[in-house]
Design a protein around this ligand. Sequence first.
Ligand SMILES: [Zn+2]
Length: 220
Amino acid sequence: MGLGLAERSRFLIPVEASAQTSPFGLPFQGPPGPDTWYIRQWYGNTRWAYRQRRALYSQGQGLHFGVDFFAPCGHPVVAIGDGSVLAVDGPYGAAPHNVLVRHPNGWVSLYGHLLARSSLRVGQRVNQGDVVGQSGAPTGADCDTHPHLHLEIRNNSLSATTNPVRLIEADWYNLTLGADNEGLQFQLDLNQPEIWQTISDQPDVRFGGALLNDYGRTAP
Ligand SMILES: [Zn+2]
């Protein structure tokens, strides 16, 4: 059984941070390109996330709770805003290495699947554009298998994530370089075909909450 729209709305999380719409920048310094970085998977109810809703993404209510950027292993990853380092390789997923930065506006950015442990120290101040680590792959040393940066923006208590698309100033659609895959398409709920179909229309995720997309009537 899927949830009705009213029930789903109960899971939406109020914005805790400032009303500023796009306070952050992208997590890379140079321009996108096939050999540098580009968008591989949107945040939200992607077709890939739907398929993985009871496995990879079960703790994220069935949604992909960050944005994935393709980048070759070793490509520098930079802070999306000023802040201070909250954690280095803490228990926040996105193995094998991750960094969390707390920002003055209340949001926390997470940089995941990094190649190696970051040289940053907890409590260290960083400015937007400072290198926080190098891009890697979920499989660690095997950089041939889906190397990418998983970027999350969490709330102040780290209990929820929100869509980075709405907090980062970018020409998002052009950052896919025209690629088309099931991480860039959204899964259709035939009972509610109007919801969660664009990059900016994706719900917040509360870790450990019930699946938001456990519906059966969907396009093949
Ligand atoms: Zn991801």
